[in-house]
Design a protein. Sequence first.
Length: 147
Amino acid sequence: MTIQGLKGAFDGTDIAAAGLSAARLRVDISAANLANKESVGYRRKDVFQTALQMPSTEGGFSSILDRHTLAKPSIYAVLEDQAAPNMQYQPNHPEANAEGYVALPNVNVVEEMTNMMSAQRSYQANLASMESIRGMSQAARSLLVQV
């Protein structure tokens, strides 16, 4: 087995690392939304994630299979929510409008906590994947040393 034969392990590590980064950003955005739940003028943010197809440099059946199964998580965009803010009647608030209403962001605590838990599970899955890849790489290296 050559170093080229181990290239697939590096692709798997790249995919898992991209997944870790995407999950971390999702947690950061949800945390920012929760922290600014009562901030006047803040707009809730959403993370839009996509999967980029991993190019295969080899020929044959395995490259066709890889093109259909290997996808690298990527952040497409972080966009501000365009929904109307929650208008609360607080006539003594310094940011209140002429009618006494304050425009607060439409942050839903349950939705943000659900997003955060989903991102945490994604992070854990990608970390487990990296640990498995590392274990397989170590096993492959020990087999190469024995040969």
